[in-house]
Design a protein around this ligand. Structure first.
Ligand code: ATP
Ligand code: MG
Length: 321
């Protein structure tokens, strides 16, 4: 009986897609907003959750300048249920928004267990897909929230610094993911969680002292780590050598990268932002809209595949203390 209940519950749980990047300003929020709208139009009940620590602005993209309630109200327990902060931001009934908190997430003392609890609340919303807009960068907050999803979407522009920052972001996420695979069941976890690692090999070496199967466990953990990539603002001249990036990531990070799409640099995107509408609504036939449609279709196919079970991620040194 208990088993049946568990199966039924897991069937109803929302699938979480996190959207992250190494560099800021590459288009995460507009892509998250547009994909949310497109999935809603495909009949999915979608919640766009703004977890951007530095610049929570997803609500502005929909013309909601002062959301009456935000995630802060839930974190600060001014409202009881996460559902209470859901906002209707468009005419589409299947799309809802959880406005972000600005600085509150960064300053709120959110230890690892509380982050996990927050994600658990997300998962239990009455929705099919939760798209979580994560802030740029590699803070523990950003990496933890990124890794707590079922599907990971990264965004970069063809700009070399953006590609380099993406590489760094994925590398640190992979290290944290591998580390966490050991931390959840290893007695030396306290010591390890307080160390900064710069490569997966370093993690493996540290673990090997107590766990002879460290290398095997690490490579198994990485097999399930397959972030998706959208390259945004592509123009005729600028293209990312995706094959080379994939090769580099495979070689030095261990994880595989799956291309979800390329979005052209398109003035319609700026016009749409200024009109407080997703470009797919504002100019559905613009090149960026058509590319976003394609990316949404690919994402839908990937969402239908069985997901790898999200790993535990380690508490940050401050949190472990
Ligand atoms: N494909 C595109 N073509 C033209 N302009 C774009 C495109 N994508 C994004 N932009 C512009 O870039 C701006 C920044 O995008 P966005 O706010 O989504 O970035 P972000 O990665 O979420 O930034 P942050 O890291 O600060 O949260 C948008 O307001 C828009 O004007
Ligand atoms: Mg943003």
């Amino acid at each position: 009986m208990a088993n049946t209940q568990n199966v039924e519950r897991s069937l109803r749980m929302a699938t979480i897609v996190s959207v992250g990047s190494g560099k800021g300003g590459v288009g995460k929020s507009v892509i998250a907003a547009n994909l949310s709208m497109l999935l809603a139009k495909q009949g999915k009940r979608v919640v766009l959750a703004d977890l951007d620590v530095g610049g929570a602005d997803a609500h502005i993209l929909f013309g909601m300048l002062n959301p009456p309630l935000t995630l802060t109200d839930f974190i600060a327990r001014r409202v009881e249920r996460l559902e209470d902060v859901l906002q209707q931001v468009s005419a589409h009934p299947f799309l809802q928004l959880i406005p972000g908190t600005g600085d509150t997430l960064a300053t709120a003392n959110l230890p690892y267990t509380k982050k996990k609890r927050l994600i658990r609340h997300f998962r239990q919303l009455q929705a099919d897909v939760i798209i979580v807009d994560i802030g740029a960068g590699t803070s523990y907050h950003a990496l933890d929230f990124f890794l707590m999803a079922d599907h990971y979407l990264t965004v970069a522009t063809p700009d070399p610094t953006s590609v380099l920052d993406l590489y760094r972001f994925i590398k640190l996420a992979a290290i944290r993911r591998v580390l966490s695979a050991f931390l959840s069941r290893d007695v030396v976890s306290e010591t390890l969680s307080e160390r900064d690692f710069s490569s997966i090999d370093e993690v493996i070496q540290a673990i090997s002292e107590t766990d002879p199967n460290a290398r095997e466990t690490a490579s198994r953990t990485l097999q399930g780590f397959q972030p998706y990539l959208i390259v945004n603002r592509v123009s005729g001249k600028s293209r990312v050598n995706v094959l080379q990036l994939k090769k580099l990531l495979k070689e030095y990070v261990g994880g595989d990268l799956m291309m979800l799409g390329e979005i052209p640099d398109d003035p319609a995107m700026t016009r749409a932002v200024r009109s407080y509408l997703p470009v797919v609504e504002f100019e559905p036939t613009a090149p960026a809209s058509l590319a976003l449609e394609k990316a949404a279709q690919t994402l839908l196919t990937l969402l239908a595949r069985p997901v790898t079970i999200p790993t535990e991620t380690a508490p940050s040194p401050e949190e472990a203390a």
